[in-house]
Design a protein around this ligand. Structure first.
Ligand code: ADE
Length: 226
């Protein structure tokens, strides 16, 4: 899978993808990522990419021209399955959306800043608008990093144990069960017996029950979803 990201702060995206699982995904050639500094398509020598909003009001808006030129140029090389704009008024991101996006070949992500981007770009180019939660970040970069991480770990071959993403919280509309490692007795707190007895069927049943119980307690709303 290939992901291109348009941003005015490429530095913000350096670290998240250069460690741990995302780094492995890139090193194995399963995920390629390119960040593009929007200022490359600035309209003047002052590197301008934003301007005051028509109608007045505080805050700058990202201009259509640099964004359109950036997208047009990138589209010459690749046909994008989705052009995503990160925005707090987008569709709320969840595991189902991550699963769906992980099946795409080419994705372009636009990170907004300031008051957002000129609406004509949203109408003409953007195919999907994503919010990672009901709060406002200072830009779309951290939100894009969240989305790319959630997608990247689902790509076949990225996780060591191919099956482990299947048992993540949310994958079957349930939260994940509790997990334990050594020692079996930590300061008097013991690991549940069933996990030590070596009966895989019983372990599976116990995990499923725990998942249901956790979901009932913590996220009863998940039982109401489709
Ligand atoms: N940009 C600013 N806030 C955001 C959010 N909550 N989700 C996605 N992009 C954003």
């Amino acid at each position: 899978m290939n992901i291109d990201i348009i941003t005015v702060v490429p530095e913000l995206l350096d670290s998240p993808f250069n460690h741990s699982i995302m780094k492995r995904a890139k090193d194995k050639g399963l995920l390629s990522m390119h960040t593009h500094n929007l200022r490359k398509w600035a309209i003047n020598k002052h590197m301008q990419v934003d301007d005051y909003q028509f109608g007045g009001g505080a805050g700058m808006v990202m201009m259509p021209e640099p964004l359109a030129n950036a997208i047009d140029e990138l589209q010459k090389d690749k046909k994008y399955d989705e052009i995503i704009f990160m925005t707090p008024d987008g569709e709320l991101f969840n595991q189902k959306a991550a699963n769906q996006l992980s099946l795409k070949e080419n994705i372009l992500i636009i990170c907004g800043h300031y008051k957002g981007i000129d609406d004509r770009i949203r109408q003409k180019y953007v195919t999907k608008e994503i919010s990672i939660g009901d709060y406002v970040l200072s830009g779309g970069e951290l939100a894009a990093a969240v989305v790319v991480d959630a997608i990247g770990r689902l790509l076949p071959g990225v996780l060591n144990d191919e099956t482990s993403a299947l048992f993540d919280s949310f994958q079957d509309n349930l939260l994940a069960p509790p997990v334990y490692t050594r020692p079996a007795d930590f300061r008097g707190d013991k690991v549940p017996d069933v996990l030590l007895q070596g009966d895989p069927k019983k372990v599976e049943e116990w995990r499923h029950e725990q998942s249901i119980q956790r979901t009932k307690e913590r996220r009863p709303d998940m039982f109401e979803e489709d």
